[in-house]
Design a binder for this molecule. Structure first.
Ligand code: GDP
Ligand code: MN
Ligand code: MN
Length: 252
């Protein structure tokens, strides 16, 4: 079996209102079933999700949390403004964003962004993926999938990896339940997080620094579907025992 992964070359520094679909189509030829992986940083820039600390006034909660970390309270206020729930205040500021993604500091990024500015995550990354995907399909006539990614840490291991935060025309989970293993045993629980696996693979080419490779195409996989939302990956409130545990910890 074989798949290809390659970067889209010569993507400029992205500015507000840039059309990412056109920028991609002008620089590479797309084929049916391509999975186009896009770093959230450029989606945020194109959607104008940049802000400055000068424009924020910190409230009491933000000041209290910022004191513990020794960081700017206005930054913490920005995190709180984008958070549905704070899961851990200290020593890490771990939150669930309004669209259900759990990450450090609401995914607000200072790297690869103009000096003095910060970039939010896209507000609705599935919608961002859809807008770009429909743009590409319209311009090329090809049927593609899109995955919008960010770089995240993991709970039990050091090191960050690319993960999916928004998808278009791909189910983020591949369900193996009911299929057989090599010995004929029926698989009962395995759900493969293909969107995160693809994001991780693409991130190997993107890197985290000044490479300038925010778009990676994976070719040779057949995962395109008519539906798909990142929400399919998020555990329900009832099932998420890690979140329940964190809530208990924050009370002691
Ligand atoms: P994140 O993982 O979405 O937070 O994005 P990163 O900051 O890790 O950047 C991922 C890749 O995109 C790196 O190769 C960056 O150099 C590149 N990158 C980020 N912003 C831009 C941009 O505006 N233009 C180009 N060409 N590359 C960018
Ligand atoms: Mn980021
Ligand atoms: Mn990154």
């Amino acid at each position: 079996m074989k798949m290809q992964a390659f970067t889209v070359e010569n993507i400029p520094l992205i500015k507000e209102r840039d059309n990412i679909a056109s920028i991609i189509c002008e620089r590479t030829s797309i084929e049916d079933n391509d999975i186009i992986v896009i770093a959230s940083t450029i989606v945020s820039k194109a959607e104008g999700r940049m802000f400055r600390l000068e424009d924020i006034t910190a409230g009491e909660d933000a000041k209290r949390i910022a004191d513990k970390h020794g960081i700017d309270a206005r930054f913490v206020q920005a995190v709180l403004d984008r958070s549905h729930e704070v899961l851990v205040e200290f020593p890490i500021l771990l939150v669930e964003t309004d669209n259900g993604h759990v990450c450090i500091k609401a995914g607000i990024d200072e790297s690869n962004v103009d000096k003095g500015y910060m970039a939010d995550l896209p507000t609705d990354p599935d919608q961002s993926a859809k807008n770009i995907g429909e743009g590409i399909e319209h311009q090329t006539g090809k049927k593609v999938s899109i995955i919008v990614t960010d770089t995240n840490g993991r709970s039990f291991k050091i090191g960050q990896t690319g993960i999916a935060i928004g998808v278009y025309k791909i189910h983020p989970i591949k369900n193996w339940k009911g299929q057989k293993d090599l010995f004929g045993n029926i698989l009962e629980i395995t759900e493969e997080a293909i969107a995160d696996e693809i994001a991780g693979a693409a991130n190997l080419l993107m890197g985290e620094g000044d490479g300038g490779y925010p778009v990676v195409i994976l070719r040779g996989l057949e995962f395109r579907s008519e539906e798909g939302s990142i929400r399919e990956m998020y555990r329900s409130k009832r099932e998420d025992i890690i979140k329940k545990g964190l809530r208990c910890l924050s009370k002691v």
